[in-house]
Design a protein around this ligand. Structure first.
Ligand SMILES: [Fe+2]
Length: 299
């Protein structure tokens, strides 16, 4: 059966492009790429763009782009969705161009954004390799694992799980039922991976949060780059949603900073890759095994 290969890109609708560019390039170490009026592509690797910022009022996720390895895979997947009466339509040339892909199909997510299924990402010219003056290590962890992961907040948890598992066809990695993090409340989260195995490309949980997207993750290949990014965030007076810590399930060492749009960005190192032949789905009892504590605002 044809499956999603990886989360290849994300699209954010942002109200302040200039502030986002300064955050992306000057704090995170992403590389500004293609520019068009009201749009900025951000690079993490040899792809022409991995994050697309589009000027808008939402300050939230607009789309998640899922890569397929072949056009046949993509078309078989779209046919399956259509046969299951899921509304999917082909994006026009302008949409494919803005996403820097050969062809793209679109369907709605139950939590208020769209999924885009694509084939053929554009690669940047070899004369402009990915470079980041801020990163000490070998750069971001992308390649076949995709750009990172997203955690959309579930409006209806059961319906969201059904959609991600049975419509998108994502594989369950594990679950967490945590009654420590939010006082007096139990938080349930489910984590999903694609066939290339990044521990999760998408996770969801039901919790009060003012945005559709709780956070997006970018992962670096050197642990020191997490610490240095953390220092840059603190120095810039940015709001840290959760300080340095470690997740028990994907074993990510990370922290969470507030983006200029208000949702979070997890900056991490060391997340595991799942081998489905040897994987056992488990339930964990806490979101973090140490750290990830809310930090007081800078003075
Ligand atoms: Fe995360």
């Amino acid at each position: 059966m044809s499956e999603l290969s990886s989360l290849g890109y994300v699209v954010f609708s942002v109200s302040d492009l200039a502030r986002w560019e300064a955050f992306a390039a000057g704090i995170l170490g992403l590389m500004p790429g293609r520019r068009a009026p009201g749009m900025l592509g951000l690079r993490m690797d040899e792809h022409a763009q991995r994050i697309l910022l589009v000027e808008g009022h939402d300050d939230d996720i607009a789309a998640a782009g899922w890569q397929f390895d072949t056009r046949d895979d993509l078309e078989a997947y779209v046919e399956r969705l259509t046969a299951s009466r899921i509304a999917v339509h082909e994006g026009d040339r302008a949409l494919a161009e803005s996403r820097q892909v050969e062809c793209v199909y679109v369907c709605d997510d139950p939590n208020g954004f769209t999924h885009e299924f694509y084939f053929g990402p554009t690669h940047a010219s070899i004369s402009t390799p990915f470079r980041s003056p801020l990163l000490k290590g070998a750069g971001f962890e992308t390649g076949r694992l995709g750009m990172g992961h997203i955690l959309p907040v579930a409006r209806d948890y059961a319906q969201s799980l059904d959609f991600y598992r049975n419509v998108l066809g994502l594989r369950v990695s594990d679950t967490i039922r945590d009654s420590h993090t939010v006082p007096g409340a139990t938080v349930d989260a489910t984590f999903f991976h694609t066939r290339t195995g990044r521990h999760h490309s998408l996770a969801t949980m039901a919790m009060p949060f003012p945005k559709r997207l709780h956070h997006v993750l970018v992962q670096v290949q050197d642990m020191d780059d997490v610490g240095m990014a953390y220092d840059r965030c603190v120095k810039a007076g940015l709001r840290i949603h959760a300080g340095l810590g470690h997740h028990p399930n994907d074993r990510m060492f990370s922290f969470y900073v507030e983006t200029p749009s208000g949702f979070g960005l997890e900056y991490g190192y060391g997340g595991i890759v799942i081998d489905d032949n040897a994987w056992e789905v488990k339930n964990y009892s806490q979101l973090s095994d140490w750290g990830h504590r809310p930090q007081p605002a800078a003075q």
